[in-house]
Design a protein around this ligand. Structure first.
Ligand SMILES: Nc1ncnc2c1ncn2[C@@H]1O[C@H](COP(=O)(O)O)[C@@H](OP(=O)(O)O)[C@H]1O
Ligand SMILES: CCc1ccc(OS(=O)(=O)O)cc1
Length: 285
């Protein structure tokens, strides 16, 4: 097994474009502007779908931006070295993405009015999605089997740490008026309604045809065919030829992979770790 990845304050990060010095600087020195819009997720929760949707909302359904600029430049990851540089040098309101756990997040955010969307997905599907995606990359250690990755995931020994800690940490912000918590499953079931919630939160009013264009251009099929959004530009750089960001996009796909014993372990852990939180935050349960 390769031991790739870098560690910072007990959390594993990709071995590509990340460094402890930058992670420290991001936390201590990155200055948010009140007009920025922030997307935070645990990786493989549908981050890129949400970014695409927000980009389209901001451009009133005009697909020109999403079809001409790579998704990681439209909404850079604050914690990556290149993303941090891009964001620092960008004038005006910025669209910012992050997978950072709350304890590593820039302290300026907590004194700001920045609108943040925190996007959650069933951790069982996050686990399966991550298993298939990370093993097609060259910047993190690869598990030898799904069983091995399952052990890593439940111990929080994967990129960005424990899903449970990430969710618990960020959900402590859920009652703030500048925070909107959404989840993948509801967005999948009622995409139009969820886009409406995002528009309202961001104070953006779309005409019916603009809203239709947002929905059309952020659909699974449209994103899969958009080279600026489907990560095909990363093939040969950090992604193998079979690497695929838009794999299935099906809630509940975990049922095709977890054994009965693994599903029971997951249920028990979920109960232990999340029982004190309002269960409506987890509609897949
Ligand atoms: N437009 C879209 N609609 C639904 N799911 C999407 C989507 N774009 C990406 N996804 C799904 O989001 C997951 C990737 O998440 P992230 O963007 O956080 O890396 C993948 O899940 P699967 O691997 O289950 O298919 C991918 O298929
Ligand atoms: C470039 C490293 C990286 C980090 C995290 C990713 O996950 S996600 O697609 O944003 O969920 C992908 C690539």
């Amino acid at each position: 097994m390769s031991e790739k990845g870098i560690w910072f304050e007990g959390i594993l990060f990709p071995d590509l474009d990340f460094s402890p010095d930058i992670l420290k600087e991001v936390k201590e020195e990155f200055t948010f502007k009140d007009e920025d819009v922030l997307i935070v997720t645990f990786p493989k929760s549908g981050t890129n779908w949400l970014i695409e949707t927000v980009c389209l909302i901001l451009s009133k359904g005009d697909p020109n931006w999403i079809q001409s600029v790579p998704i990681w430049e439209r909404s850079p990851w604050i914690e990556s070295s290149s993303g941090y540089t891009m964001l620092k040098n960008k004038e005006g309101p910025r669209l910012v993405t992050s997978h950072l756990p709350i304890q590593l997040f820039p302290s300026s955010f907590f004194k700001s009015k920045v609108k943040m969307i925190y996007f959650i997905r069933n951790p069982r599907d996050v686990f399966v999605s991550g298993y298939f995606f990370w093993r097609s990359t060259n910047f993190v250690r690869r598990p030898e089997s799904l069983e091995e990755y399952f052990e890593w995931f439940i111990q929080g020994n994967v990129l960005y740490g424990s899903w449970f800690d990430h969710i618990r940490g960020w959900l402590s912000m859920r009652d703030k008026e500048n925070v909107l918590v959404l989840n993948y499953e509801e967005m999948k079931q009622d995409t139009r309604g969820t886009v409406g919630k995002i528009c309202q939160f961001l104070g953006k009013k779309l005409e019916p045809e603009e809203l239709n264009s947002v929905l059309e251009n952020s659909s699974f099929q449209a994103m899969k065919g958009n080279a600026m959004s489907n990560y095909s530009l990363l093939k040969g750089v950090c992604l193998e030829d079979n690497g695929c960001l838009l794999r299935k996009g099906s809630p509940g796909d975990w049922k095709n992979y977890l054994t009965v014993a693994q599903a029971e372990t997951f249920d028990k852990l979920f109960r232990e770790k999340m029982a004190d939180l309002p269960q409506e935050l987890f509609p897949w349960q």
